[in-house]
Design a protein around this ligand. Structure first.
Ligand SMILES: [Zn+2]
Length: 282
């Protein structure tokens, strides 16, 4: 008995949110990720609600699910390190992303765990929890804040499943928080022995991680295990290898989870080929 794999890729919003959904559909993607606003800035965006609702309607009709990726300057662990107004802007930006994701009918907004330069990890965890509390205290929508594990390229924070589970548990509104697992980051951080995927599955089960997993960034890695390098590779073209990725994708723990490719596009300028490849695994 095989369940259908739900796979897609990160797509451009050049044609609006509804255009992104149609692009995903055109290349065979039943799941996609998009930037709700300019990924390089925290500037608040007034979304085109008509377009967002058209996206939600199209996804409902075509059985497509989506996730939004928050801008790169968001760093929940930074706290007040860059001043009170920068912190406020971070919180408002995340609230803005939630509103847009909700309007688009998305599962949630993906947020990197975050990091503190001086490696004061306990303060970092505190900052993350406070930031999530401030963002979520007034949030009543369905879209969730999805914390993503990191490769370790910015320091030691946020690379283990334990940390993700713990900050969620310690937050005031854990029910509004889920996880997004990046396979490249997990591998590069030395957290996935690809010759023993069973141990990873067991660990996630013991920690209660899988039950709150809502999306996977399905990327291979250009660099080796423990390299701490965040360099995504296409499926079958990296150091993780197809076999281990297959094991993870087909595991019962991840059944029904949307997989999103964040790797280089194929010769046709889309992820069509890689999507078809992953679909052929089931
Ligand atoms: Zn990712």
């Amino acid at each position: 008995m095989s369940t259908k794999i739900r796979i897609g890729s990160h797509v451009s919003t050049r044609g609006g949110f509804s255009g992104a959904a149609r692009t995903s559909d055109r290349i065979g993607g039943k799941a996609f990720q998009y930037f709700p606003k300019n990924p390089r800035s925290l500037h608040i965006k007034m979304p085109d609600l008509k377009d967002a609702m058209a996206c939600a309607a199209y996804c409902r009709e075509q059985d497509i699910v989506s996730i939004a990726h928050t801008p790169y300057p968001v760093n929940m662990a930074a706290g007040l390190a860059r001043g009170e107004s920068h912190y406020r802007l971070t919180v408002e930006s995340l609230m803005n992303d939630l509103v847009i994701a909700e309007a688009c009918g998305s599962l949630g907004i993906v947020v990197h765990f975050g990091h503190l330069n001086n490696e004061d990890v306990l303060l970092g965890y505190q900052n993350i929890i406070r930031c999530m509390n401030d963002v979520l205290s007034s949030w009543t929508g369905q879209a969730k804040l999805l914390i993503e594990n990191q490769a370790g390229d910015h320091g030691i924070m946020g690379i283990t499943l334990e940390e993700l589970v713990k900050v969620r548990e310690l937050a005031d509104y854990p029910e509004k928080i889920g996880f997004c697992l990046d396979t490249c980051h997990l591998f590069a951080a030395g957290q996935w022995n690809v010759h023993d995927t069973h141990s990873l599955l067991q660990k996630g089960k013991d920690l209660g991680y899988w039950e709150h997993l809502m999306a996977v960034h399905l990327n291979d890695s250009k660099y080796g295990a423990g390299s701490k390098k965040d360099r995504h590779a296409r499926i079958g073209q990296g150091m993780i290898g197809t076999k281990a990725l297959q094991e993870l994708v087909l595991s019962p723990e991840l059944a029904g989870i949307p997989f999103v490719l964040e790797s280089e596009k194929g010769a046709d300028g889309t992820h069509r080929e890689d999507i078809a490849e992953v679909l052929s695994w089931s």
